[in-house]
Design a protein around this ligand. Sequence first.
Ligand code: OAD
Length: 311
Amino acid sequence: RQKLDEYNSIDDAVNLLKKAKNIIVITGAGISTSLGIPDFRSKDTGLYSRLEHLGLSDPQEVFDISLFHEDPSIFFSVAKDILPTEKKFSPTHAFIKLLQDKGKLLTNYTQNIDNIEANAGVRPEKIVQCHGSFATATCTKCDFKVPGDAIFDTIKSGKIPLCKPCKEQIALQPQVLKRKRSSNGLQNSRKKGTFDDGSDEEDYDIPTPGVMKPDITFFGEDLPDEFGRRLVEEDRQVTDLVIVIGTSMKVAPVADVPSIIPSTVPQIYISRTPVSHIGFDIDLLGDSDVVVSELCRRAGWDLKHSMIPED
Ligand code: OAD
């Protein structure tokens, strides 16, 4: 993406904000760090820097779907510390709500799974949770769904939540045996047939219930359909300003959004750390709560929850 020459300063950003009618806000973990929730990639404080003890080759594997199926305990050992609990929100969340109140918010594409936008009063139809959330959980075997908080106590107690209907099914039919598959997906060859249907003893295993997986989008899983549909079929055509806040923009496809938006639409980047792989028009570097508070002050907007003391 080629930077647009006419926009440079914070006052240009303020003018763009005042003029815009259809703002896309793209957010990441940086907008929640002031609430004590760690981001992922910040050196020393980010979640990934705290996971060395798990012995993974890459800490992102915590959210890898193949590893989850192999050993869900790795994810749940981390999940118990990142469950959304309190009904708090940051000034940056309040800023997104303010854009909504002013009729300027087209969509908030959030990569965050903490659901905190809702605490600030951002309406569900204004939010696309690109990486899902803890709001619901689904059985890995039978797709049974529960509200996310139904499994929070189990997760907090350090256990792996199992699917109740799967458990009941197994309890009802203890004699039911499940067919095992060999690695190439075909039935094992029947060398030691002992069961009365003539099949191999080793083709069977004791059935196990599915694990309840929070509906977070893991690496290796598709994003919710709503992400691509809304971006490409609706928002792309009408947006007149993009604001990216508190994200390293390292994870596709969210990282590709700036290049999907028409090149004439200005884009602002607000974060502690600059990025070099995407050309934004205006970079406002610093704590996002401070930056959005200053933008509102200059725009003459009343940001409840401001970081700037009122005089
Ligand atoms: P990252 O940790 O990669 O990036 C957070 C960015 O916010 C960094 O550039 C920080 O410098 C910045 N930051 C932190 N605190 C800030 C503050 N108070 N004010 C301003 N900036 C601040 O987090 P994400 O970009 O959100 O996916 O990560 C994207 C995805 O990678 C996540 O959704 C997660 C992860 O793997 C899944 O869990 C599937």
